[in-house]
Structure formats: structure tokens, C-alpha cells
Design a protein around this ligand. Sequence first.
Ligand code: ZN
Length: 93
Amino acid sequence: MKGDNLERLCVACRKLDKKEHLIRFVRLEGKAVPDPTGKIQARGAYVCRKKECLELLMEKHLLRKALRTPNDEEALREAIAFIEKGAWEVRHG
Ligand SMILES: [Zn+2]
């Protein structure tokens, strides 16, 4: 939602941060997917835009717990690749 400055909890390090500093993942069709727009109407979980937090999610399977889906690896790998490139691009479709 536009103009929503509420802070969200990172499911990895459990710290609060502004939404623009976090990556949102949602569960779509039983699969975790990144939601760079933050607009997908689905169960969501927020994570810091940091490799450490994404790797923690992967190691401890925290995203699959938060989103209640076992299919989170692809989304996490994708997000880590974005972070490594230093870019978080908005994708459509
Ligand atoms: Zn974090």
C-alpha cells in the first residue's frame, strides 16, 4: 500500500525495519516467490535485503515455515542472486 510507513519484522534476524529495506516474499500456488512490488495479495513474509539474512532463511528453513510451503529454495536463490548483483529489479508477471 502506498504511504504505508509501518515497519516490518525480518523473519531471519527478527529486527524491525522499513518496508523499503526489506524484501517481501509471498506464497503463490504453493510456492514462495519474491514480491518486489509488495502488492501481491497473498500470505507474505519480510526479510532484510542482506545476504546474511537470506542465507539464514535458507539454512534454517525459516521462509518455508513463515509461508507454510516447502518450495522456497528457488525464490531464495533468486533473491540472493539479486543481492549479489547489487540490484533488486521489479519483475512483472
Ligand atoms: Zn534480517
